[in-house]
Design a protein around this ligand. Structure first.
Ligand SMILES: [Zn+2]
Length: 701
């Protein structure tokens, strides 16, 4: 428990529960004021309020957990650039002081001349962004996330037939609001949408600094988006479509050069430069605004993980998987048989296996179809690997770009790109392929070609490629095809990304790999749930390192094989066990089965969020703690000993997020339960003796 979280507890009003422990009973709802002049969207955790007259504008955005106002001024709801002319959408004019916003000022504000003006509103419930076909390893999360929606309609006299809708959704039990806009063209001529800004908020500054700091502190509003690829999403908790800019209106700020980043504007890095035909509509990407109630890293991470559990529930699918190294039928059947025998749930024909999703030979398709059926009959989903980004096709089909992110990349809008996705869809439809490992997804490369069929030029090249890749992932999601994608595509439908890795580490000597793996998991689970990240175990040589780096023959290196199994399964993390087989002797089989059984026995708590106790450093114990207040087994701690001698340590387990308040029943390795009183900071002391290079697990009820 960190002091900031304790302060938050003090700030919670009497009787109010922590939303991360007990979901609030209040549902998201739209309420119109009795005088009709305002509408409110609230779920008990956050509240956003719009004035509707003389025009519509956001006039309050509050964090109800802390009581803080997030807004200090009134801006337009959005901006659009149509055929080279910029228009505001809604908004009110007349604010003089921009450090804060008093309610009594609102009555004196006026509509902006030349803006799209408010014409009406609709409200309802949340709608699924796309279809999700559940698989046997899916959880029971609701889809769409339950909540309320509000749509504000805008039009402009000088552009008859052109309308802008501003959409909001707010979700139950989550301090998140989603926003996007749609441009409808009911005029008789095409409209060119050069640019859009689909969120503008005069946000309360995160700090006041007279001079310009190297890096401003992050504020309490975290902005995410489904417009995400490497170019926009280098960090899990930041999206580059959220531009934190200075506000020229805000003249009373402390920063001498008026550069405080207190104006949020959300727009794509380029484009979309879309031509909207008569009768058509254009919908922007969505932004998701998460209002944090703390500066504590664990608490902010828990909030983000909760958001992904709700907005991308397929990211909670966590099948136990193996990477088979050869894609010939005999090798694949051996892998499936061994997986089915010990309880693995997925086999992926890995890179370099000979599997080709672009092969259209009917005999090949039939062979894969039979293997997919063979796996399905044994409860094992079968899929394979395909490389997209970083490939060099030819000058006519690669992106026309001086510096593609991976050095080379095909343009998804080239003729080759269009054929590639046609082949993938045909392959999946014909064979029933259940998994696609899509390596090097679309990274965000722009393309200046004017001859590619999928885009007209540079300005629409990123938007159209994003539409292609996200449309394909959503097609996969609707068919229940599991998507292992190295980039951050969760909100567009992908299931898993890398936990965090350096590829060459899997060619290091065995003993170094285990500790590095634990560090990767520890660091990768601040922003991700265990299911959202994959790890890797090279059963055979990966890129180098020879015999010292590999686990085969497995029976000869059973100690390190078990350390990998234990590290991953106790973290609730699935690794790509890459090789021809999972076991090579009865003893090896018993070890694999024991850890699969352990994971399945404790699956609910192991798939739950991780509290970070002590980072692996090879100098003393390291520990993580899974927590879930909704389960009977409310916590599972894993204490690892990297040293070459047994150690005995008394560790204070932080049980705040288990929801337990007075006492805990603690069991070491499934032994007898011991009743322990929680200290004032919600910790309990647990003394464990951990064998050399071993681990001990502890459960809490
Ligand atoms: Zn192109």
């Amino acid at each position: 428990m960190r002091p900031t979280a304790l302060l938050l507890l003090a700030a919670l009003s009497a009787g109010a529960a922590d939303w991360l422990i007990a979901p609030p009973k209040e549902h998201a709802a739209v309420r119109r004021s009795t005088d009709g002049r305002e509408v409110t969207l609230s779920n008990g955790l956050i509240r956003r309020v719009w004035r509707l007259t003389p025009d519509a504008a956001t006039v309050a955005f509050d964090n109800l957990t802390t009581g803080a106002s997030l807004l200090r001024g009134v801006k337009p709801e959005a901006e659009v650039e149509l055929d080279g002319h910029r228009y505001s959408v809604g908004g009110l004019k007349g604010q003089e002081e921009w450090a804060y916003l008093r309610r009594e000022w609102l009555d004196g504000m006026t509509a902006s001349p030349g803006a799209f003006h408010f014409t009406g509103m609709d409200s309802g419930t949340t709608v699924a962004r796309f279809a999700w076909k559940r698989a046997p390893y899916s959880g029971g999360q609701p889809w769409p996330p339950p909540g309320a929606s509000l749509t504000l309609h805008f039009a402009l006299d000088t552009l008859p037939g052109v309308k802008v809708d501003v959409h909001y959704e707010m979700y139950d039990a989550l301090p998140v609001i989603a926003k996007w806009i749609a441009l409808k063209n009911d005029s008789p001529r095409p409209v060119r949408l050069n640019r859009f800004v689909n969120e503008i908020l005069a946000v309360v500054e995160s700090e006041s600094a007279v001079e310009d700091p190297v890096r401003w502190r992050p504020g309490s509003l975290q902005v995410d988006s489904d417009y995400s690829f490497i170019a926009t999403h280098a960090r899990p908790d930041e999206n580059a479509v959220a531009h934190w800019e200075s506000d020229p209106n805000y003249r009373t700020q402390v920063n001498y050069s008026l550069k405080t980043p207190a104006l949020l504007r959300c727009y794509p890095p380029l484009g979309p430069d879309a031509i909207v035909a008569p009768g058509d509509a254009f919908e922007t990407f969505r932004v998701f605004e998460l209002a944090h109630d703390s500066t504590d890293r664990e608490r902010r991470g828990l909030a983000q993980r909760r958001m992904y559990r709700a907005l991308a529930p397929w990211s909670q699918e966590n099948p136990i998987l193996m990477h088979v190294r050869q894609a010939d039928p005999a090798s694949v059947k051996l892998a499936i048989d061994q997986c089915a025998d010990v309880g693995f749930e997925m086999v992926i024909m890995t890179f370099g296996s000979g599997f080709s999703v672009e092969n259209e030979d009917p005999a090949y398709l039939e062979r894969i179809r039979q293997l997919v059926d063979y796996g399905r009959a044994r409860g094992v989903a079968l899929g394979g690997y395909s490389l997209l980004a970083s490939r060099h096709i030819d000058a006519g089909d690669d992106v026309v770009n001086p510096a593609p992110i991976f050095g080379h990349s095909p343009c998804l809008g080239s003729r080759w790109g269009e054929e590639y996705f046609r082949k993938l869809r045909h392959f999946i439809e014909t064979t029933g392929l259940a998994v696609l490992e899509h390596d090097g997804s679309y990274p965000g490369d722009t393309c200046a070609s004017t001859s590619h069929p999928g885009h007209r030029g540079l300005d629409d090249s990123q938007w159209t490629q994003w539409k292609t890749i996200s449309g394909f992932y959503q097609w996969c999601r609707a068919r229940g095809v599991y998507l292992n994608v190295p980039d951050w595509y969760f909100l567009e439908g992908s299931n898993k990304t890398a936990m965090g890795y350096r590829e060459s580490n899997w060619s290091l000597p065995r003993e170094r790999q285990v500790l590095l793996a634990r560090q990767n998991i520890y660091d990768g689970t601040w922003d991700k749930t265990p299911s959202m990240g994959w790890m890797f175990v090279p059963l055979v040589q990966y890129q180098g390192g020879g015999a010292a780096a590999t686990l085969e023959p497995l029976k000869d290196h059973l100690d390190y094989y078990e350390r990998h199994l234990e590290t991953n399964f106790t973290a609730g993390v699935q690794a790509c066990y890459r090789g021809p087989r999972l076991y090579d002797s009865p003893e090896t089989r018993a070890v694999v089965k024991r850890w699969v059984d352990f994971y399945k026995q404790h699956r609910a708590i192991l798939d739950s969020d991780i509290i970070h106790v002590r980072r692996p450093d090879g100098r003393d114990y390291d520990a993580i703690l899974h927590v879930n207040p909704a389960l009977r087994e409310k916590a599972l701690a894993v204490v690892n000993n990297p040293l070459d001698r047994p150690i005995t340590r008394t560790i204070r387990l932080p049980l705040y997020y288990t929801g337990l308040t007075d006492t805990a029943m603690v069991r070491i390795e499934g032994g007898a339960a011991r009743k322990v009183a929680l200290a004032r900071d919600y910790t309990v002391p647990v003394t464990v003796t951990v064998p050399a290079a071993g681990a001990v697990w502890v459960t809490v009820e």
